[in-house]
Design a protein around this ligand. Structure first.
Ligand SMILES: [Zn+2]
Length: 268
């Protein structure tokens, strides 16, 4: 079985995870830039991280037969310092041009603050100017509905943005329909403790259909599971979905979205 996981944070995973992914058929993944668990204090710290994502991690992945792509941005959690954000945004093009970078992400909102919105708009402008794909993080729990609406409004307000080139991630039961109705791609994140379980994810697929929906593990330094996508596949199988439907969600859908960037070439 072939699987693309469009959202993993491999810099915080060990080599055994790469072995497990390769053995499980997950041989292509994409890694959005994200928060390190603490705020990076300087533009140089961002440069080091972007180098790690674009130079070192693809090489590490290749040793295990995995194709590793990435996304570049400042995370919404790092958007409160506008001067630092502007400085980082002044050099992101240099990284976005690198051969394994698919676009701008994961941008979005965390606490839905004014500064986060300002930095989100600047990122959207960068992507629009370059005609890059966008990967969006939506906030957690009680802020999710409001934050998702705010993000969709920012994206829709920019006439240069084509919704079919944007994936809005961490969708849940109360936001998935909203995202799809406005023409965007959506992602459902499978987490062992928060976000969606395999059963909830498959309920959502059965309710909203399998068009423009991708599943991901968002495996990072927290409690997460790098083969969560396979657990959702198992749940689909147990409910009687055929292998074509499973392959559509775990392979064809992410391949169609990510393949809009000419740099993307999945490993089979
Ligand atoms: Zn993430």
């Amino acid at each position: 079985m072939r699987v693309i996981d469009p959202h993993m944070h491999m810099v915080s995973r060990v080599t055994d995870d790469y072995r497990l992914l390769a053995a499980s058929g997950i041989r292509t993944l994409t890694e959005p830039a994200f928060w390190a668990g603490f705020d990076r204090g300087s533009p140089e710290a961002f440069r080091s991280y972007f180098d790690q994502l674009t130079l070192y991690e693809p090489k590490r992945a290749r040793q295990f037969g995995i194709a590793h792509y990435t996304w570049i941005c400042l995370n919404p959690k790092e958007a409160e310092d506008l001067a630092l954000a502007d400085e980082v945004l002044s050099f992101v093009d240099e990284y976005l041009d690198r051969p394994t970078v698919l676009g701008v992400g994961e941008i979005g909102l965390n606490k839905n603050s004014k500064n986060e919105l300002a930095v989100l708009e600047r990122h959207v402008d960068v992507a629009a100017r370059r005609d890059d794909l966008i990967l969006v993080h939506t906030p957690h729990l009680e802020d999710k509905l409001k934050g998702t609406r705010l993000i969709l409004d920012v994206l829709s307000a920019d006439s240069r943005i084509d919704p079919s080139r944007v994936l809005v991630d961490h969708a849940e039961e109360h936001t998935l329909g909203l995202i799809l109705d406005r023409g965007f791609w959506s992602g459902i994140t499978l987490y062992p403790v928060s976000k969606a379980s395999p059963a909830r994810a498959v309920d959502m697929l059965e309710t909203y259909g399998m068009e423009r929906v991708c599943l991901n593990s968002a495996a990072d330094w927290g409690d997460s599971d790098p083969i969560a996508t396979l657990r959702a596949a198992q749940e689909m199988r147990a409910r009687g979905h055929d292998e074509d439907a499973i392959e559509q969600v775990l392979w064809h859908n992410p391949n169609a979205f990510l393949g809009q960037c000419p740099k993307f070439e999945p490993a089979c």
